[in-house]
Design a protein around this ligand. Sequence first.
Ligand code: HEC
Length: 218
Amino acid sequence: MRPKNILIPTLICAFFLCLIGCKPDKPVDREAVKKELEAREFKRVTEGEIMAKGEEIAKSALKVTAQTFQSALMTAIQEEGVPGAIEYCNTNAMEIVKKLEDSLNISIKRVTNKTRNPADSLTGIEKEIWEAYNYDPSQATAQLQEFSDTELIFTQPIMIGSGVCLNCHGGVGAELTNENYEFIKTLYPNDQATGYQLGDLRGMWRLIIPKKTVVNAL
Ligand code: HEC
């Protein structure tokens, strides 16, 4: 009987000793604590705040981009005529955007289903957004959504908003003269960006904004 009486208290003691003994007594990892505090600091920014600031950044960047494009195009047409402006769009349009992208640390592009420059083709989620825009262009509006865990995507429809566009995107042999179209074909052999009419959906702006850029701006 005796051993049994000792066994139970011994087991209980062993259990508590183990609890104390197993408790880790490591030195504090200062680096880990710092990271955790930084993470909490980051978490204090809500998803809603990121989206609101992201939209603000996208809209102001796009305003500058669209204005730069528009005035560059008009000046080129006035000074060089349509062929000169075609060449200008070919060489300078992307350079203007590049400068803006670098200064803001975001990616700005025009994309479409019927491209002039094949680099402007729709990819990934852009296709879905485009299909929604194209389903009813009159309802197409700017929108911001998640692109990945770390990035946002902002899109805005581009309409054939004035007769000026038709000089280079209208019907061949009509608003777009055969002569000018021949010139376009020398620069863009696979051009599909013709036959549009006033008010048509022509493409969309798409901006990729790293959330980090947005958080830094908050
Ligand atoms: C002087 C000729 C010219 C005029 C006018 C013109 N474009 Fe273009 N457009 C071009 C050229 C050239 C490109 C290809 C630029 C490139 O290589 O990036 C282009 C490309 C585009 C793209 C990018 C998609 C693609 O097909 O590659 C969009 C969107 C676009 N134009 C819309 C417009 C709109 C809207 C207007 C009127 C405000 C307009 N364009 C007026 C010549 C013109």
